[in-house]
Design a protein around this ligand. Structure first.
Ligand SMILES: [Zn+2]
Length: 351
């Protein structure tokens, strides 16, 4: 996995390549965030970059604003792309299936299946989807003691290919207590040239002693509806923001009529999309990056993020929250959209 193939996580990707380039890689990291938002994909891209023989540096002009990425071509990258690198070790929750059962099962029994799943879902498949893929929907998967033994043994061995050894533990919160304690030993006495990446969606069930020994990387959530948002929403949003920037009353009023003709659910979905877009612009602007969202309008993609700064982001966020609340409470759509428009227009002037 290269960073360029992970959607809308440029800020985190740039943070990760910078950690590696500056030599500040910690032996253990915790990637905290939703798998669907790319946490596992980022962990794999991170390991690939770490072991790449020809890292690419873009001086800020990489795809989607990436500062650097792995080459995708060297022998190490090629094996990483196929998830077949012998120094990449993947661990994940599993349960007995109709074919693989018995006391002695371990993650080793499901490696092929797990890679198939990762490829099928572009490394962003959720835990539920994995259980469905394994056909164990009604069972609870777990990462077992046997897997911890395997991690300790594997990381203690010499690397096969001369580079760093990497163990990625996906859904690390699914380690039982014995497993977690064994892993803890490994974190306390790291073997040189090894990297352990814990990928988790929540730290609620993780040992605090484990969390405290990791370098935390928070993965930003990308809302689901957002990836599949319609062209109509994109175009409505671009038109709206342009009108508000210049506050053209005649065209704004026509725009509000268009929105008012839609169902409440559509109105609400649109507002959620617009609010998320504003947040995204703010994050990109703060990091000096172009927008992560393609609005189908190059000029808008490039110039709009600069309008959202720390001086107006909160005003905008509050205005959206109140408008969404009003729509949910059956307020008159025309008034809700008009009022929101004025508030946004005012906020944009404060940038
Ligand atoms: Zn490479």
């Amino acid at each position: 996995m290269q960073f360029k193939d992970i959607k809308r996580q440029t800020v985190t990707a740039n943070h990760l390549t910078e950690i590696i380039d500056s030599g500040r890689v910690s032996h253990t990291q915790l990637f905290l965030g939703e798998t669907a938002s790319g946490s596992l994909a980022l962990a794999i891209a991170y390991a690939q970059y770490l072991n790449c023989e020809h890292r690419q540096h873009y001086d800020g002009n990489g795809p989607d604003g990436l500062r650097a990425d792995s080459c995708g071509e060297c022998p190490s990258c090629k094996k990483y792309q196929q998830l077949s690198h012998s120094d990449l070790h993947l661990y994940f929750p599993y349960a007995a299936t109709s074919q693989v059962k018995g006391q002695g099962i371990s993650a080793a029994d499901f490696q092929g299946e797990f890679r198939e799943f990762l490829n099928a879902k572009h490394q962003t498949g959720t835990l539920d989807e994995w259980y469905e893929f394994m056909q164990i929907e009604n069972k609870q998967g777990m990462i077992r003691e046997r897997d911890a033994d395997d991690i300790v043994r594997t990381l203690g061995l010499k690397s096969y290919e001369g580079g760093g050894k990497v163990a990625i533990i996906w859904m690390a919160e699914k380690m039982n207590l014995t497993t977690a304690n064994k892993i803890l030993k490994c974190l306390e006495e790291p073997t040189p040239n090894t990297l352990i990446v814990l990928v988790a969606e929540s730290t609620d069930k993780m040992l605090s002693t484990i969390i405290s020994r990791t370098q935390l990387v928070k993965i930003r959530t990308i809302s689901n509806g957002f990836q599949n948002v319609s062209d109509e929403f994109r175009s409505l949003y671009v038109t709206w923001m342009r009108q508000l920037f210049k506050l053209n009353m005649a065209s704004l009023s026509a725009w509000v009529d268009t929105m008012n003709s839609k169902s409440r659910e559509v109105q609400k979905q649109f507002l959620l999309f617009a609010q998320e877009s504003i947040r995204d612009s703010f994050l990109c602007n703060n990091a000096g990056l172009p927008s992560q969202i393609d609005f189908g309008d190059e000029k808008f993609n490039a110039s709009f993020p600069a309008m959202i700064t720390e001086r107006n982001i909160e005003l905008l966020n509050n205005a959206f929250n109140e408008a969404i609340f009003a729509i949910e409470r059956n307020a008159y759509g025309k008034i809700a959209f008009m009022e929101l428009s004025f508030r946004i227009s005012k906020a944009l002037k404060k940038r």
